[in-house]
Design a protein around this ligand. Structure first.
Ligand SMILES: Cc1cc2nc3c(=O)[nH]c(=O)nc-3n(C[C@H](O)[C@H](O)[C@H](O)COP(=O)(O)O)c2cc1C
Length: 170
């Protein structure tokens, strides 16, 4: 698919079918994560695939934005192993993890699946439920599945600021 077409077509899917996501598609989403660029290629990130009913139930306790899914991805950046810019000591863990997550989100759409980037979750509660996430900056959660037949973009999908406000040519 033409990239700009994919970029226009993708929207936050908030209603899923019950159809399970095939392992081959999960593998491709992981491949999209693993091919993402990171600062110095240090790859300071982790992706958790949350699919066992017990684990999924724990995630449901941390956010209302589940949309009935049975599959989540959680993406975290590791500040301990991320590149730091020497001029201002900015750590790039969140930047790297966000690039990873963005590639995953677009691959999910390209596979005919859907997701919503969920940032509103109880991070401390999630880490208490999954101690292996301790120490990571958890930047995104992706409830994922096949879009329901009547899934549709929210009104916000079509809202864009004016180009002059978003882009400056110097
Ligand atoms: C960093 C980030 C956090 C978000 N968090 C949530 C969330 O917690 N719940 C939700 O329903 N949507 C969330 N969204 C989805 C946005 O509301 C949505 O992307 C935006 O309104 C544009 O709509 P579209 O994705 O359909 O184009 C988030 C998106 C981003 C990029």
């Amino acid at each position: 698919m033409d990239f700009l077409q994919l970029s226009h077509d993708r929207y936050s899917v908030r209603k899923f079918k019950d159809t399970p996501v095939e392992q081959e598609k999960i593998d491709k989403i992981i491949e999209a994560a693993m091919t993402a660029p990171t600062a110095c290629n240090w790859q300071p990130f982790k992706v958790w695939v949350i699919q066992s009913p017990e684990a999924v139930a724990k995630v449901y306790e941390t956010t209302p934005y589940t949309f009935g899914t049975k599959l989540f991805f959680v993406i975290g950046g590791d500040p301990k192993t991320a590149w730091t810019r020497k001029y201002d000591q900015k750590g790039f863990a969140d930047v790297d993890a966000t690039i990873v997550a963005t590639q995953m989100m677009l691959e999910i759409h390209d596979l005919g699946l859907g997701t919503t980037w969920v940032g509103s979750f109880d991070e401390p509660k999630l880490k208490a439920a999954f101690p292996e996430m301790e120490g990571y900056e958890l930047i995104a959660m992706f409830p994922t599945g096949y879009p329901a037949d009547d899934a549709e973009p929210s009104k916000l999908h079509a809202v864009s600021k004016a180009k002059e406000e978003l882009v400056a040519v110097l």
